[in-house]
Design a protein around this ligand. Structure first.
Ligand code: NIG
Ligand code: FE
Length: 423
């Protein structure tokens, strides 16, 4: 017999396996998804060593070394869904006044922010909230993400605005990462100029670059800035991103959200990814294409704030990869269901179903620079995968947020099953 593959674990009885290839073999749905029907996956020490039709996997793998077999129950298997943009470390409530002002009094997000509400409300709440409570809120939100099949999220600071508070938020993300099976990619976010520094923008910028950044550096992997008429201008944003990338952080920015601001044009060549894009211009699209910048778009934020939806199909036609994300935060998107995001991407943006799946797996991995490890199921990749009790993968986008039975496997270990976190 030709040489067999050594594996310690097999996942079998997979009705539909979506491998989500980097370079699809064609434009058909099945090509975009890398669909294998009647599949199995063989793992060794938490990594994928073989996958394909179940009979091929059984024939290839040395049966004597298998320690465990997991029955996928005839379900759908995908790389763990991934959310590459959340504001996880903030206080999760406290924005009911904003909500009612928008819904019943015709106010809007930017006006509320200009009057000292919005983000600044959450800054006050986060600063005042004891560590223990933030930690227990964080764990609960992580469970909600996992219930919907998510295995990795990015989490931002940005609700403190001073060095000790931003550090505290990033340390909280570190604690959450260590105490929960969800993997967390921590990002320092320069979110706003605090009211007390309103007249001293330049000195606040210096403070960010020379005080906050060096202090948060040991706990951050990414840097982000809110480039918007209500936050930092283009030149300030560029300086912040430059200071972060010089220190080895992965750069991203919130751009063209509340109004057209030519922020994409200014930042596309200085960031790995750009988020929001609700008001992106034609020139901005051209710049993202030229610079190969990854987009991150938020249907639930557009829905919640009544903003335009980012031009998803236009980006697709231009060949610009983008991730779909919740943007979880208490103000603009209090939503921890990537499946609701998928549903809105279909309903409101008319994204093709297979592209939605790519935007929940491979593209967020690209946005975080993790796409050689996760976001795709292939040889050598981490066994980070989710099993959904569904007959048809398209039901991942039809359920208006209700999670089907979900099992989450991280590094080959089952961490979520039967609606419970497994310790
Ligand atoms: O991505 N707009 C900037 N930051 C967040 C919202 C934060 C908040 O409103 O608390 C966003 O939408
Ligand atoms: Fe955001």
């Amino acid at each position: 017999m030709s040489s067999q593959t050594n594996a310690d674990l097999i996942i079998f009885n997979i009705k539909q396996l979506l491998t989500v290839p980097h370079k699809p073999s064609g434009e058909e749905e099945n090509d975009l998804l890398g669909l294998v029907e009647g599949a199995a996956i063989a793992l060794s020490e938490g990594r994928i060593v073989f996958l394909g039709k179940e009979e091929e996997v059984r024939a290839q793998v040395n049966p004597s070394l298998i320690k465990l077999e997991i029955d996928a129950g005839g379900g759908v298997v995908t790389p763990c869904l991934m959310d590459c943009h959340t504001h996880l470390s903030g206080f999760p409530y406290g924005r009911a006044d904003d909500f009612t002002a928008r819904v019943y009094k015709d106010s809007d997000y930017a006006n509320i922010a200009r009057k000292g509400g919005g983000i600044l409300t959450t800054v006050r709440e986060t600063r005042a909230c004891p560590e223990e409570r933030l930690l227990s809120y964080g764990k609960r939100i992580l469970n909600e993400f996992m219930r919907h099949g998510v295995g990795t999220i990015e989490g931002k600071s940005g609700y403190s605005l001073d060095a000790s508070g931003e550090l505290r938020q990033l340390k909280l993300l570190d604690q959450l990462d260590k105490s929960h099976p969800m993997s967390i990619f921590p990002t320092y976010l320069a979110h706003m100029v605090p009211p007390e520094k309103k007249e001293q923008r330049e000195s606040y910028l210096t403070y960010i670059i020379h005080e906050i950044l060096p202090q948060v550096l040991p706990f951050a992997r990414g840097i982000d800035v809110f480039c918007d008429p209500i936050a930092f201008n283009r030149e300030e944003s560029l300086q912040i991103l430059k200071a972060g990338t010089e220190k080895g952080l992965l750069a991203s920015a919130h751009v063209d959200q509340t109004a057209p601001f030519q922020a994409v044009e200014a930042l596309a060549s200085s960031a790995t990814s750009l988020s929001h894009l609700e008001n992106i211009s034609e020139e901005g699209i051209a710049q993202m294409k030229a610079q190969n910048t990854v987009g991150i778009v938020f249907p639930s934020c557009s829905f919640h704030l009544d903003l335009p939806f980012a031009p998803a199909n236009r980006l697709l036609r231009e060949g610009i990869d983008f991730a779909l994300s919740t943007d979880w935060n208490p103000g603009s998107s209090p939503c921890s269901s990537l499946l609701f995001v998928a549903y809105l991407a279909a309903k409101k943006m008319k994204m093709p179903p297979a592209q939605i799946i790519r935007s929940l797996t491979l593209h967020p991995a690209r946005a975080l620079g993790l796409d050689q490890e996760i976001g795709h199921l292939g040889l050598g990749y981490k066994a980070d995968l989710s099993i959904f009790q569904l007959d048809d993968w398209r039901d991942l986008i039809t359920q208006c947020s209700n999670p089907p039975g979900v099992t989450v496997i991280k590094n080959g270990k089952t961490v979520w099953a039967n609606d419970c976190l497994l310790k």
